[in-house]
Design a protein around this ligand. Structure first.
Ligand SMILES: Cc1cc2nc3c(=O)[nH]c(=O)nc-3n(C[C@H](O)[C@H](O)[C@H](O)COP(=O)(O)OP(=O)(O)OC[C@H]3O[C@@H](n4cnc5c(N)ncnc54)[C@H](O)[C@@H]3O)c2cc1C
Length: 296
């Protein structure tokens, strides 16, 4: 049982980890690889006080090293759900559960806009994790919507289990097993009935980068299926934790990072603009203080 679980190893999450460790709390950071943070892709940060002309990756690596040296624990994995259990929370990944008495959400910009039908059929045919739910789809038709680097691997896993896999992504990855049907395109909607998912609608796209057609949709298609695996790095905050209040696309949190769920705090880009490192770092610290106070 950890005192504080932090989801996200960007500047907000790492700042929260550093402050929580300074207060001697047991801290677990669960995150996709740090290179997933947009900060890692920024060649030059020139507005972070005290560190002019630093590369985003260098700044991130220093924050990570500092949090580690202070004793924060790290697991680089995607969190699929956060479940309130009364006095604590259970955080689920594809292959493990973690428990913590409080949670700080430092998820970054919520890019993941739900597809039509995604929320409605979540748990009734829509899944975010092949390892967790793949067995339910032996011999069934499934659509894999590949939006993260691990999606091809998960599609291959589903095919090995005996599912009939249709892989849909704007750009098709190498390494897909023979027998997986591949389509360059994007998902338009998930359809279903009382029993669950019955199919998808998608737009075909031209895969050739640089071609005039590359980004434009071509024909629309439909496909019957029983399962849809949406494999993206992020999970919409409202799907991650049921009942979490949002303000538009962002998580609703007060100035200290408190959300509407006691014991759950939020910081950084996921709570709103400006989307900036210095703001994320400050909010991470405030959320850590609030979590420490909550723990008593
Ligand atoms: C090209 C570019 C240039 C930029 N330049 C500047 C600049 O010059 N100055 C400036 O101040 N800001 C700049 N920014 C913005 C800055 O990078 C962000 O404001 C900052 O990274 C936000 O930090 P954060 O910790 O809130 O979120 P992030 O850095 O986005 O970190 C969130 C982390 O959480 C992970 N995560 C999310 N959901 C889950 C989940 N379910 N399970 C596990 N992990 C999860 C993500 O993968 C990510 O690693 C730039 C951004 C970009 C893209």
């Amino acid at each position: 049982m950890h005192d504080i679980a932090i989801i996200g190893a960007g500047p907000a999450g790492l700042s929260a980890a550093i402050t929580a460790r300074a207060r001697n709390k047991d801290v677990l950071v669960l995150s996709n690889k740090p290179q997933d943070s947009p900060l890692a892709k920024s060649h030059l940060i020139d507005n972070y006080p005290g560190l002019p002309k630093v590369s985003g990756l260098a700044l991130l690596e220093q924050m990570l090293a500092q949090a580690r040296s202070l004793g924060a624990h790290f697991e680089f994995t995607r969190v699929l759900s956060v479940l309130p259990m009364g006095e604590h929370f259970t955080l689920t990944t594809s292959d493990a559960n973690f428990e913590a008495r409080s949670v700080i959400l430092a998820l970054g910009t919520p890019q993941a806009r739900a597809y039509p039908g995604e929320q409605e059929f979540l748990g009734r045919g829509v899944s975010y994790c092949a390892t967790c739910d793949g067995m339910l789809y032996r011999n069934a038709h499934v659509v894999v919507v590949g939006e993260n680097p691990e999606a091809a691997e998960e599609a291959n896993f589903l095919a090995e289990l005996g599912a009939k896999v249709f892989y849909l992504a704007p750009k098709l990855p190498p390494g897909l097993e023979q027998g997986i049907f591949q389509q360059a395109g994007r998902l338009l909607a998930i359809e279903g009935d009382m029993m669950g998912v019955t199919g998808v609608r998608f737009a075909e796209q031209c895969e050739d980068a640089g071609s005039a057609e590359a980004d434009s949709d071509r024909a629309e298609g439909t496909l019957s299926c029983q399962g849809v695996f949406i494999l993206r790095s992020q999970i919409a905050p409202s799907a991650l934790i049921a009942g979490l209040e949002l303000a538009g696309n962002f998580i609703a949190a007060d100035a200290n990072g408190c959300t509407n769920i006691p014991g759950v705090f939020a910081a950084g880009d996921c709570v709103g603009k400006p989307l900036q490192v210095a703001k994320a770092v400050g909010q991470g610290q405030l959320a850590a203080f609030a979590a420490v106070e909550h723990l008593g």
